[in-house]
Design a binder for this molecule. Structure first.
Ligand SMILES: NC(=O)c1ccc[n+]([C@@H]2O[C@H](COP(=O)([O-])OP(=O)(O)OC[C@H]3O[C@@H](n4cnc5c(N)ncnc54)[C@H](OP(=O)(O)O)[C@@H]3O)[C@@H](O)[C@H]2O)c1
Length: 261
């Protein structure tokens, strides 16, 4: 039983597309690709796969250079194949690079979905399969029951709910973590965060992205503003020192991965 390798790298910052629709989503995706984003994260539940696909096509990028992530809504259990074909059609791609179970069901329910995921990967409809919002024990239950570890677990991973055991747990099993909602699930006004930002002459959001980089956890960030998209990719600032990191890690108040979106 082992984690299977991802056939691609997860970029440090990918584009999130929750609550981006229509022309905004199409333009946001195209702008992000033009600015250098190489991972686009969507979900069947976001109801924007068509616009995301249009943005990808209008960017003119070779699809082979992009990692397209979409998620299967767990409440659609039993309809995996139809939902996957709908995602492929709407996105206008031949295969999904990374297909995630959006959130866990009970162990038997998650396993039934996972078995369909394994078939889809076998058939080449998806390159890699993973999960989202799974707690470590849920990841282990799925792996033990199926014999195949998810390639990725996309979770809320930020200072305000930091649990020092989560990253090593996944690393030991060969599972890549990916953080969602780096801004929306953290308290941007927290005095510790603000003090560190002030000391580094940057914004609280930049501190958060530096924190993710220091923990070597790639993240997906949503923006439809070219200025923000550029800022979120920028890695030129000072990295955080161990004192900053310890202060931020201590903000963990609720070590449960956050809400599904
Ligand atoms: N798997 C899951 O269950 C799950 C759950 C939640 C999220 N996600 C994924 O993670 C992505 C990111 O999470 P999120 O959308 O919740 O929120 P987020 O990326 O943490 O924050 C997005 C918000 O921050 C603003 N923003 C972004 N960059 C900024 C900057 N440099 N300066 C100022 N404001 C900035 C955006 O506004 P502007 O557009 O105006 O820049 C938007 O209002 C989602 O889009 C989705 O793809 C997955």
């Amino acid at each position: 039983m082992s984690g299977h390798d991802l056939p691609f790298e997860l970029p440090a910052v990918g584009l999130g597309t929750w609550q981006m629709w229509g022309e905004d989503a199409e333009r946001g995706v195209r702008d992000a690709i033009e600015l250098g984003y190489r991972l686009i994260d969507t979900a069947a539940a976001y109801r924007n796969e068509k616009a995301v696909g249009a943005g990808i096509r209008s960017s003119g990028i070779d699809p082979g250079e992009l990692v397209v992530v979409t998620k299967f809504p767990e409440e659609e259990a039993g309809r995996e194949r139809e939902v996957l074909h709908t995602s492929l059609d709407l996105l206008g791609v031949e295969r999904i690079d990374l297909w995630l179970i959006h959130a866990p069901l009970d162990a038997a329910g998650s396993l039934r979905i996972w078995e369909r995921f394994l078939e889809a990967r076998e058939e080449g409809l998806v390159r890699a399969i993973g999960v989202s919002n799974f707690l470590p024990h849920q990841v282990d239950a799925l792996t033990e029951a199926s014999g195949v570890a998810p390639a990725v677990n996309q979770i809320a991973f930020g200072p305000h709910y930091y649990d020092a055991d989560v990253a090593p747990h996944h690393a030991a099993r060969g599972i890549a973590l990916q953080a969602h909602s780096p801004f929306s699930e953290n308290d941007l006004a927290h005095p510790v965060l603000r003090a560190i930002a002030e000391r580094h002459g940057c914004t609280a959001r930049q501190v958060l992205l530096r924190w993710h980089r220091a923990h070597r956890v790639p993240t997906v960030v949503k923006s439809t503003s070219r200025t923000h998209l550029t800022e979120n990719l920028d890695t030129t600032g000072h990295s955080l020192d161990p004192v900053d990191m310890a202060a931020l890690d201590r903000l963990g108040i609720n070590p449960t991965p956050g809400q599904r979106a």
